[in-house]
Design a protein around this ligand. Sequence first.
Ligand code: SF4
Length: 388
Amino acid sequence: MTNDTAVKKWGIYAHIPYCVKKCTYCDFSSAAVRNDTRVEMADYAAALRAEILREVPPLRTRWGDAATVYIGGGTPTALPPAFLTDILENLRKTAGNPIECTVEANPGTVDEAYLTQIKAAGANRLSLGVQSFDDRLLRAIGRIHTAEEARAAFHAARAAGFTNVSLDLMYGLPTQTLGDLKRSVEEALALAPEHISVYGLIVEEGTPMAAAEAAGKLALPSEDAAEEMYDWLTEALPACGYHRYEISNFARPGFESRHNLGYWRNVPYLGVGAAAHGYVDGVRWRNEADTRAYIRGIREGCSVRTPEDAVRTRENAMEEYAFLALRTAEGIDAVDFARTFDAALEDIYGAVIEKYIIEGLLCRTSTHIALTPAGMKVGNEIFAAFLH
Ligand code: SF4
């Protein structure tokens, strides 16, 4: 329930739906690059440019410069550098100079020259999908890079001038032990990135990994072992100076991802590109996911958006506000909730809040309601309780 006077910042997400090769666990909207994809990539970059030129200026007129830009995927760095720099430059021209401009990169696709070009085009934060520093585990999940290439990509980022680098790591991988995870985290810490994201492996339906599991060919750690990894991570990273500001995200102070915080704080964002999600004026939408249909739609000047909710009620908006904010360490800002919905948080969710405070899963400060560390472990159960 945003209105123009209340919006002080906004973000832009641009989706690049290509990867060098699909990882076995991945169900994101992306396709492996084939020979014919090179031609499609040029058309895609042109369509993205056209969508940016069409959609960004009206929002900039209303709200001023975008605060954040995030180019994700897929693998943005699967694009030839000229395409990615063109997208970055167009975003900068149309959206102003965002405070934070993140590009996701796969370590198997970048070198110092590539990173220097995107840095010069406006990227100032790099998110490297490392996942593990163990070659055996990287192979097991179908990553295209080695641990050595991940280290090299990190050093290349520093050499290119990136002073804000995030590493993604995964736990609960096939045959992974706590010892394996500790070694990977130690390697990550030795590089001293500004930010670390950690994700537990989820075997998504329809992926090669799900097929391997169904065939009894996947040796996942037991639930207890995965929980032990989670517990270790959530203690070890803060102890090393990375505070946990969201369920899966850890940062040195001042290096939290502003863009992602925007998602959890109900900040509007424009989504551009095939399969991109957007949220403006209280409406959520998803762009056409089929890349060719997206390109055609943009060329013909058509809308490529499908609203995510047929009917979106005030109640839906409150629920979403609450469970997104609860993902963050600071939790739900009661004053902002009241301003947004013209209703007191405690009047809407008082009983749920009380129940979980008594159980030690939520805590209350003078301004916020937040998950406790024990609450973060069972976040999904608590989020569900905030749904009417
Ligand atoms: S690189 Fe990322 S988006 Fe691409 S297939 Fe692997 S996990 Fe999915």
